[in-house]
Design a protein around this ligand. Structure first.
Ligand code: ATP
Ligand code: MG
Length: 567
């Protein structure tokens, strides 16, 4: 197919949109791929739609290849099913809710576990009907608090979601493995750089869950990566086995006068000791009960990790009011010794280790406070914020920290929804067996933005061949002879099965056309220009910038050969 720019719904922009902070947001708007309709809601223009379709096609092919059956569930769903599953409360304000003319309550689906469980319940009755994998490519709705970064985080966006149904854990593990491998193939084919990270530490005793992350500065996730082995994890999922040696011969607890030292920094400076010699105690409320969390003074508490360990209990920071009427809790000078509240601590706060910590008196600290002698830890939890250089849990090498975009998520769900909707089949033993499920998502519109983030350069977008809106961008850069040669090139390429974007805009200068070609980012640019009368064109590689002047026939041969090499 030849797409003619003279007719194309396309207006490129020279300037970045004022509200754009990320590369993909800026370039996808400037190159005419997407336009913002309202906060987090986007229209896809012809070039953008082609890229979106290319991503979708790859995802479909790989889902079909693992036996996925494509369905389409409604985006508009009865709210009561979300009440039944508990997700109305879980999602809270993230859920778009609406009421119809009869007062019926609906939601716009953020994903489709409820609907798919009911659909499959209606279709299967025996273990012989399983396993089943269904998938859909659909518009999803989430009322994100901060829809930003363009299509990276929309309130309306495209997702591929699939769901597996099995009679037991082995089947679930197999469906999970199939998805994991399909996702690896998908993201490789798309040309994305990605890591697979464990999404949860297993603190909740949760089943397997992994995220596919595309490293990019614009990402909202942080992950650790081991430069030596293949370990990678979401920062909240890293578990450490760090230790601190027990004190050799600790003396008795000694109280120190430390006026004006409510923070670790002021205390360490006042005493001339490293922060790591001190014990920091953070007060939180766990289901409303004030609880202290101890970590070495040079570390921070990761509230996300803490909340995950303690779920379903809620974790909040204490406020000034919580100290009212609690003379035992001295703000800035809390120590675990003699304290009558639950005490959780990092594993480094081990029996025999000795610390400098608050003396539970204003302006005073205590030294030689020994774990197991002067205080006890009710529960050890890995809750410190990961820092670069922390040892890899697998091989001990210093970890690096990076930012990334979550492009996919695979999750062994288990029986949660099957229990809610009583999804049973007749088991092999003749008795009803509850079905076990997995759910798996790919952010299709987000993947477009992630690719833009990873591949763009300072001149514009720079698509991998597999998902580019065209194979070749043909530019007519000159008068009649150039226009005529460009037409000839476009037709020849089209005949050979390549997708062509033809810049046949009559009134624009070659300079403007070249700039647009860089911005739009088709992998190959074929220019009919100065030597058009001799049948000579310039072939330019968008990524490397390498150019060659050659007869049109040779250029066509090059481009066709290149296409045959494509994965
Ligand atoms: P996030 O943590 O980024 O909010 P999530 O973990 O809530 O995402 P899932 O429920 O796992 O997302 O959804 C599956 C996939 O859908 C994600 O891996 C991501 O690629 C994509 N996705 C989720 N939310 C959005 C959004 N607001 N805009 C675009 N894509 C999204
Ligand atoms: Mg996720």
């Amino acid at each position: 197919m030849i797409v003619r720019m003279s007719k194309l719904l396309l207006k490129t922009l020279r300037d970045d949109p004022a509200d754009a902070a990320t590369t993909s947001h800026k370039l996808l708007v400037r190159a005419g791929y997407v336009r913002r309709t309202s906060a987090g809601v986007w229209s896809w223009l012809p070039l953008g739609k082609r890229v979106l379709d290319n991503v979708t096609r790859v995802v479909r092919e790989e889902m079909d290849a693992i036996g996925g059956q494509e369905v389409l569930l409604p985006a508009l769903q009865p709210r009561e099913t979300y009440e039944a599953s508990g997700r109305a409360a879980e999602y809270g304000d993230l859920l778009f809710r609406l009421t119809d003319r009869r007062g019926g309550e609906h939601v716009l689906g953020p994903t489709h576990e409820e609907a798919v469980t009911q659909l499959v319940k209606d279709q299967v009755s025996s273990y012989r009907d399983l396993p089943v994998i269904v998938y859909q490519v659909q518009t999803k709705y989430r009322d994100e608090a901060r829809p930003r970064s363009g299509v990276l985080r929309g309130r309306e966006f495209q997702m591929k979601d699939s769901y597996s149904f099995d009679t037991g854990p082995d089947g679930l593990a197999e469906a999970y493995r199939l998805h994991r491998e399909a996702y690896i193939r998908i993201f490789r084919r798309l040309g994305l750089d990605f890591r697979i990270v464990s999404a949860v530490s297993g603190a909740m005793g949760g089943s397997a869950s992994e995220e596919f992350l595309a490293p990019a500065e614009a990402g909202e996730d942080t992950f650790v990566d081991c430069p030596a082995c293949d370990y990678a994890a979401n920062t909240e999922a890293v578990t450490f086995t760090a230790t601190v040696p027990a004190a050799a011969d600790p003396g008795p607890v000694e109280e120190l006068d430390t006026p004006g030292t409510p923070t670790i920094e002021t205390l360490a400076a006042h005493l001339g000791v490293p922060a790591s010699a001190t014990l920091k105690n953070l007060l939180v409320k766990v289901d409303g009960e004030i609880t202290a969390v101890g970590v070495p003074g040079d570390r921070e508490v990761d509230l996300g990790k803490l909340a995950e360990h303690l779920a379903p209990a809620t974790v909040e920071l204490v406020t000034a009011e919580d100290f009212a009427g609690r003379p035992d809790l001295v703000r800035g000078y809390v120590g675990p010794q003699g304290l009558d509240i639950p005490y959780l601590a990092d594993p480094r706060i081990a029996p025999g280790t000795s610390w400098i910590t608050g003396a539970n008196k204003p302006g005073r600290h205590a030294a030689d406070v020994v774990c197991g002698r002067d205080f006890t830890v009710d529960r050890h939890l890995d809750v410190v914020v990961v820092e670069p250089g922390d040892p890899c849990p697998r091989c001990g090498t210093g970890l690096t920290l990076g930012r990334a975009i979550e492009i996919g998520h695979i999750f062994q769900l288990g029986r949660k929804y099957a229990d809610v909707f009583q999804l049973d089949v007749l088991g092999q033993d003749g008795r009803p067996a509850r079905v076990t499920m997995g759910c798996y998502g790919v952010g299709i519109s987000r993947a477009v933005a992630a690719l833009a983030e990873q591949t763009a350069d300072d001149r514009g977008l720079c698509w991998p061949a597999a998902i580019a809106p065209a194979d070749v961008h043909v530019v007519a850069a000159g008068k009649a002879a150039a226009a005529e040669l460009a037409e000839r090139a476009a037709t020849a390429l089209h005949t050979r099965g390549l997708r062509v974007l033809l810049d046949d805009r009559a009134s624009l200068s070659p300079g403007v056309k070249f700039t647009d070609a860089e911005l739009i980012g088709v992998p190959h640019v074929l220019i009919a220009g100065r030597r058009a009368a001799d049948g000579v064109v310039e072939l330019r590689d968008r990524r490397t910038g390498r150019t060659a002047e050659l007869p049109l026939e040779d250029a066509l041969a090059d481009l066709t050969a290149d296409r045959d090499d494509r994965p």
